[in-house]
Design a binder for this molecule. Structure first.
Ligand code: ADP
Ligand code: MG
Length: 626
């Protein structure tokens, strides 16, 4: 039998390596930008087309390469950054495996244009799938330009695996952010499809954070800094009152590299614990400098996990540093989460210690769309689980005076033209309410959160927040489906600045946002002028904060329900527009909630699956008096 082992040809080996290093366009961006930084560039321009699927180009003002180096840079394990394995432990540069360019070249059309200061002419090399097609001397400025076209052209499986342009674009933005947040002393620009997304001048770290995240970050950041024998730590934490339901703006860097570190995250989160309602996240941008020999270097270039030998000690330092940062600025007393203080109904308690601040409980993991195929019709409804007789019995209003007429009207101000059949029982329940309400006004608000009413089967409690979410959700969904425009014109338009990531979502949602009631036009890359708002938005609402939270909900859901933009938008808006627990309601408002709730297609559950209505039966009440 002949021998069967063969050495893989280089291009095959490179393609395999590429599978590990290059998962998506964002990985290419990371590698190329890191190389530019390692080459000492003080200006780096990133130019991409179609979220990197058509073109990724990085232009740098760095050292450039000699003709030979340019050629060698494309070989596997070709690097100017390490000479021996030990170097890995003292390494301060970004890339270190000498694999990136070889990998990228194996799966794309790659062009290098490079010139060193001391050379009169530079070099242009063109490669297609590891094969050098051309190498010529060329007149080019000092520095390096690397252009990648047709990424994954010869790996269709990878190409097909890529997500939509919007998703890939956001991955690129995230990689870009992770680099520019480390190098405020370098100038960067980022152009996508001929539109300038970022132009970042060199300035302080604080200015860089503000430039990247916008949103008047300036007043939200508190500096922290400490120097110990184990680590130097500096950076910024976001003031607790600006905390959002955002997980995105938590950045740890060690020795100038972005890392994920759940353990250190815990240290920071613990320091904020008492100050943030559940489900809220502090933002932070924390930079650690640690002796590289005290790190377990993870030589896998795409991984962001790093092990610290002194992790426990650093944890404590971090924790007290953040606590001190919070305390030093005396931030705690200024907390205000826009909660309506009228929550404490029924007079002030005698002992001030009895006053409990309102809390919001949010389950950030909850995904209302799980197990549903994404359309409203497919949602499992209460009525599908319980027979109609029960439903109707449950909510029948107890008529006073012993007599009540079966009513014929549906007090719904929602147009149900294209909603599936209206259930007869529901019609009656709603109608019953209509009748009883007008004659008796038996509505009460309890504990600032529930609307209490007397119904035939007992005492009915409606959760005002869950119910209103349901009402808004169905209303918005209908409007979005019907493409009906309905917006409240603003006397004084708002100027709102967004992060590049949010701008991408707004552009993606532009049509839908219009039908949801937003009239917003960009005036530059990051700022929109908003001249119309949804009528359901409270007049005094902080528009920028509202949009911020809404987009954040949208992003959180998006990971699960990739396709159904409309449902996600309606859901995210409803969640953030709905009457909050703790908001005092007038009689008329309570009545509206009840009327509109029972005109809903699925009145018994909020879109996130919480019960909207609970009935306490007379029997249960009787038991209490025993
Ligand atoms: P690594 O960065 O791990 O060394 P790469 O494949 O990314 O491996 O790059 C190989 C080599 O090519 C680098 O070590 C560097 O010498 C050279 N190189 C890559 N990009 C640039 C650039 N933009 N400017 C100058 N030299 C570069
Ligand atoms: Mg590299």
């Amino acid at each position: 039998m002949p021998d069967i082992i063969q050495l893989l040809p280089d291009n095959v080996a490179n393609q395999i390596a590429a599978g590990e290093v290059i998962q998506r366009p964002a990985s290419v961006v990371k590698e190329l930008v890191e190389n530019a930084i390692d080459a000492g560039a003080d200006q780096i321009h990133l130019i991409i087309k179609d979220a990197g699927k058509t073109l990724i180009q990085v232009v740098d003002s760095g050292s450039g390469m000699s003709e030979t180096d340019a050629r060698l840079s494309l070989e596997r394990h070709a690097t100017s950054k390490i000479r021996k394995a030990d170097d890995l432990f003292t390494l301060h540069t970004m890339g270190f495996r000498g694999e990136a360019l070889a990998s990228i070249a194996a799966i794309s059309h790659l062009e290098i244009k490079t010139r060193r200061q001391e050379d009169e002419t530079g070099t242009t090399i063109r490669v297609e799938g590891s094969e050098v097609k051309e190498q010529v001397p060329d007149a080019i400025p000092v520095g390096t330009t690397i252009s990648i076209k047709n990424l994954f052209y010869n790996v269709p499986a990878r190409r097909n695996f890529l997500k939509s342009d919007n998703v890939e674009y956001r991955h690129i933005l995230e990689e870009f952010n992770r680099v520019v947040l480390v190098y405020p002393d370098l100038k960067f620009s980022f152009t996508h499809n001929n539109t300038l997304v970022y132009k970042l001048e060199n300035d302080s770290l604080k200015k860089r954070i503000v430039d990247v995240f916008g949103h008047n970050m300036n007043k939200k950041l508190v500096p922290i800094s400490i120097s110990t024998s184990l680590a130097d730590i500096h950076g910024f934490i976001g003031k607790p009152e600006f905390a959002r339901k955002k997980r995105g703006e938590q950045y740890f860097f060690v020795n100038n590299r972005f890392i994920k570190h759940p353990y250190f995250h815990h240290a920071v989160a613990e320091s904020f614990k008492e100050l943030l309602p559940e489900g809220y996240f502090p933002s932070y941008y924390i930079y650690l400098k640690v002796d590289p020999s005290r790190l377990d270097v993870n030589i896998h270039p795409t991984k962001t996990e790093v092990n610290f030998q002194d992790r426990t000690a650093i944890y404590s330092v971090l924790r007290s540093l953040v606590k001190q940062g919070i305390g030093q600025f005396n931030l705690a007393p200024s907390l205000d989460f826009d909660m309506d203080q009228s929550l404490n109904l029924g007079g002030a308690p005698k002992d001030p210690a009895d006053i409990k601040p309102p809390t919001i409980t949010i389950d950030p993991e909850y995904n209302p769309f799980k197990n549903t195929a994404g359309t409203q019709q497919k949602m499992e409804t209460f009525r599908q689980k319980n027979n109609r007789e029960n439903w109707s019995e449950l909510y029948k209003i107890e008529p006073r005076g012993g007599h009540h007429e079966p009513a014929q009207t549906i007090p719904a101000n929602i147009n149900f033209d294209d909603v599936p059949e209206q259930h007869a029982d529901q019609t009656r329940i709603a109608a019953d309410f209509d009748q009883v309400m007008s004659s008796q006004e038996t509505l009460l608000q309890f504990s600032g959160q529930y609307i209490v009413s007397n119904v035939k089967s007992g005492l009915m409690l409606v959760d005002q927040n869950a119910a209103h979410e349901r009402i808004l959700y169905e209303k918005l969904l209908l409007r979005l489906k019907k493409r009906q425009q309905c917006s409240q014109q603003q006397l004084f338009p708002h100027h709102v600045t967004f992060s590049a990531e949010d701008v991408a979502i707004i552009n993606e949602l532009h049509e839908d946002l219009k039908y949801a009631g937003f009239n917003m036009e960009p005036i530059n890359n990051h700022t929109f002028i908003i001249s119309g708002l949804p009528a359901d938005l409270n007049e005094n609402e902080d528009v920028s904060g509202f949009l911020d939270n809404m987009l954040e909900s949208y992003k959180l859901n998006q990971q699960e329900m990739k396709d159904d933009r409309t449902i996600n938008l309606a859901y995210s808006m409803a969640k953030n527009l709905a009457i909050k627990p703790g908001k005092k309601l007038e009689k008329e408002e309570m009545r509206n909630v009840i009327d509109n709730l029972f005109a809903c297609e699925v009145p018994d559950k909020s879109p996130s699956g919480k019960s909207t209505v609970v009935i306490i039966h007379p029997e249960e009440i009787k038991q209490k008096f025993k």
